[in-house]
Design a protein around this ligand. Sequence first.
Ligand SMILES: C[S@@+](CC[C@H](N)C(=O)[O-])C[C@H]1O[C@@H](n2cnc3c(N)ncnc32)[C@H](O)[C@@H]1O
Length: 309
Amino acid sequence: MEPENDMQPPWRVLKLVVPEMVSDSLQGILLEMGALGLQIIDDETRSIPDHEVPPSDQAELLSTFSNEEGLEARVMARLGAVFQQIPGCESIEVSWHDLFHEDWVAEFKSHWQPLQLGKNIYVIPSWHEASYRLGSPTDLPIYLDPGMAFGTGLHATTALCAEALQAHLEQSPIRQLLDVGTGTGILSIIALKLGAQFALGTDIDPVAVHNALENAAKNEVFDHFEANDKLPDQRGSVHDVVVANILFKPLIGLAPHIAQSIASGGTLYLSGLLQSQESDIRDAYEAQGLSHVRTATKDEWILVQFEKR
Ligand SMILES: C[S@@+](CC[C@H](N)C(=O)[O-])C[C@H]1O[C@@H](n2cnc3c(N)ncnc32)[C@H](O)[C@@H]1O
């Protein structure tokens, strides 16, 4: 058999070492350029409870891209233009390396630790399931195997959506959740574990659809979950709650389909958006007849809530 390193790597990883103040803006741009995953190592992730670690004000952004022809030229041309516009980008370190499947799994497993979302939700990598012990009987563990799908709970936008769904379920039930851009299925699984009756996850990535179904089975909510790659309004206006954590551009394109999928009186939570995109996203969804309710913020990311009257 050929040694693996003679083969084309499936992914290339771009490493940027950047001033922390520009980290959130760059994360949005990297995702827009097609990054499949982002790993962020900054003062927050480096901190150790009860130990003082001097702040570095530097963040490392590791973004994984499919290894397609012309990738580096395309990404570097866009970043070059962005670096000129954002103050603080003069001294950014840039490097690229190959990523093979085995490396990715090993790398991911070494970094991904259990993490808390919302009040009492703990996202546990499935390989920690056997050794994980609940801290309190009210803890809600969600076991996820991320495969290559996005949605590990590590991103601020996933946390914003999980918190919104938990707060929603404390006020009123969810009968038919639609989770657009389901990724690992994390948001559907959290909602179902917290009492939602049914969830439909959709994703344009077939790997994500498969991974979400597997994770639903792992968390014993499979009977209440379906996933496919169809448009959000595939079942008509039946969903009392819709959550879509994608990115600005696809959310603009999907606006008529998402608006159409919501039942009268229903709620929409949109995330994957930067603060600078709030007014454009509000315009696009208000033009579909939805009313803005509130906007929540975490770092530079936002969640925008609408209702359909
Ligand atoms: C940021 S991830 C969110 C994953 C998960 N829902 C979470 O909150 O962590 C966005 C997901 O949206 C999917 N996606 C991107 N564009 C889409 C589109 N037009 N329709 C449906 N899904 C899309 C991606 O494949 C990816 O799995």
